[in-house]
Structures are given as structure tokens and as C-alpha cells.
Design a protein around this ligand. Structure first.
Ligand code: CA
Length: 228
């Protein structure tokens, strides 16, 4: 069970976040103030910190910098402002992601899951290094794709999408799941997947109306077929 340190001075928000994150299966610790948060990070490091910027004792941005001085723990910042300067400041100070208040508990849980996935050092360790599907050969270490003898030139996302579908060949994958596992951002628009799918199809020399490998299953998702 991943542990989350919730740093929030408002008791009502703190209780609400604790409740929703517990319901998502996280072990919750809380801190009301910046110094308390720093002590928690030093003494019993959590897997991720959710940091409110408006704290009574210290500026949240300073807390973030101090955490970065002592730890690589992922930090998701809750801010009341979403202007460009603020976001740049937060990311430069070492935030892994940010959320603008007010946000839903469900979105917070999804963002925490995404940050934890990205920060997992061995997330890809047990994948097959080379995927061969009919005459499609995907080398996930060299990050090359060959269709028969021809090497395809793919963007990073196209490659990740193709490798993901090939690793799950013959299974229909929903766009939400693809966004969450390939993009690590389940809250993006479904069209993001479709744009990349259509350029992938072009590079594979196929059309949505006459698919070979990449089949759209209407209303459900996308499937890479192993016997095209
Ligand atoms: Ca506050």
C-alpha cells in the first residue's frame, strides 16, 4: 500500500482528502504545517507528498524547496493559482505535478497514481524486450520498429502506443486505459489517442477503413491484431 503525506492546514479539506485517498487504498499521514511536513519526510518518508501551498508557518514553495534539498520523494502541489508564472515556479522548484484548487478527490487520486507510476524505477523491467507480431518487430530497448525489412520512423508517443498495443495484442484496449498507461494522464481527451493512431496507421501503410494491424472497435477501444 502506497503512503501519502497530506500537508494541509485546513481541517475540513484535510479530512476530506484523507477520506477519499483512504478509499482509494492509500495509507495516509497528515501534517498541518510546513515544519511538521519536513519532519515527516525526514523521519518516515512517504511514497508521495500532497502539498498545499498556503500554510501558516512557512511558504509552501519554501517547503517544496526544502523537501527537494533532502529527498527525491514525489511532490504533488495544490495551488490556488494556475497562471503561467506560478506553474513554472512550482515545476522549477521540484514539483512533480500540480493541481489547481478546487479539485475533485477522484482527480487527485488519478494524479497520485500517475506520479507514482512515473516515479517507479522498475516499471518496465518485466516487459519482453522484443515484440514480434506477424511481420512487425518492435525492439523496446533499442526503440526501433521494423515492418518486414523496413524500419519505420516513429515519434516517441507513436512508438510507446504501438509497443503498448503489441504487448497486449488481440485485446481491445480502451482509450482511457491507453491514456493512463501510455500517457500516464488518464484525464486527457480521447482524441489524443486517435491523432497518434491515425499517424501510426499512415506509417504502417494502412487505413482506418481497411485496417491491417490497428483495428478500432467502435465504442470500446483499439486492438492490435496478431494475425492481420
Ligand atoms: Ca491552506
Amino acid at each position: 500500500m502506497a503512503s501519502v503525506l497530506v500537508v494541509e492546514d485546513d481541517p475540513v479539506i484535510r479530512a476530506a482528502l484523507t477520506e477519499v485517498l483512504s478509499a482509494h487504498g492509500y495509507a495516509i499521514k497528515t501534517a498541518h504545517q510546513g515544519f511538521e511536513a519536513l519532519r515527516e519526510v525526514t523521519q518516515g518518508p512517504p511514497d508521495i507528498v500532497v502539498l498545499d501551498l498556503g500554510l501558516p508557518d512557512l511558504d509552501g514553495l519554501d517547503v517544496l524547496r526544502m523537501i527537494r534539498g533532502i529527498s527525491r520523494v514525489p511532490v504533488l502541489v495544490a495551488t490556488a493559482r494556475d497562471d503561467d508564472r506560478e506553474v513554472i515556479r512550482l515545476l522549477n522548484a521540484g514539483a512533480d505535478d500540480y493541481m489547481v484548487k478546487p479539485f475533485s478527490g477522484g482527480q487527485l487520486a488519478a494524479r497520485i497514481a500517475a506520479v507514482l507510476r512515473r516515479s517507479a524505477p522498475d516499471a518496465n523491467r518485466d516487459r519482453e524486450p522484443v515484440l514480434q507480431v506477424a511481420d512487425l518487430r518492435i525492439d523496446t530497448l533499442a526503440r526501433t520498429v521494423h515492418l518486414a525489412d523496413r524500419e519505420l520512423s516513429l515519434t516517441r508517443r507513436e512508438f510507446d502506443l504501438l509497443a503498448y498495443l503489441a504487448a497486449n495484442a488481440d485485446q481491445v484496449m480502451s482509450r482511457t486505459r491507453i491514456l493512463s498507461e501510455v500517457w500516464q494522464q488518464p484525464y486527457l481527451e480521447d482524441q489524443t489517442v486517435d491523432v497518434h493512431l491515425s499517424s501510426l496507421r499512415r506509417k504502417l501503410g494502412e487505413k482506418a477503413s481497411q485496417p491491417r494491424y490497428l483495428h478500432t472497435v467502435r465504442g470500446i477501444g483499439i486492438k492490435l491484431v496478431s494475425a492481420p
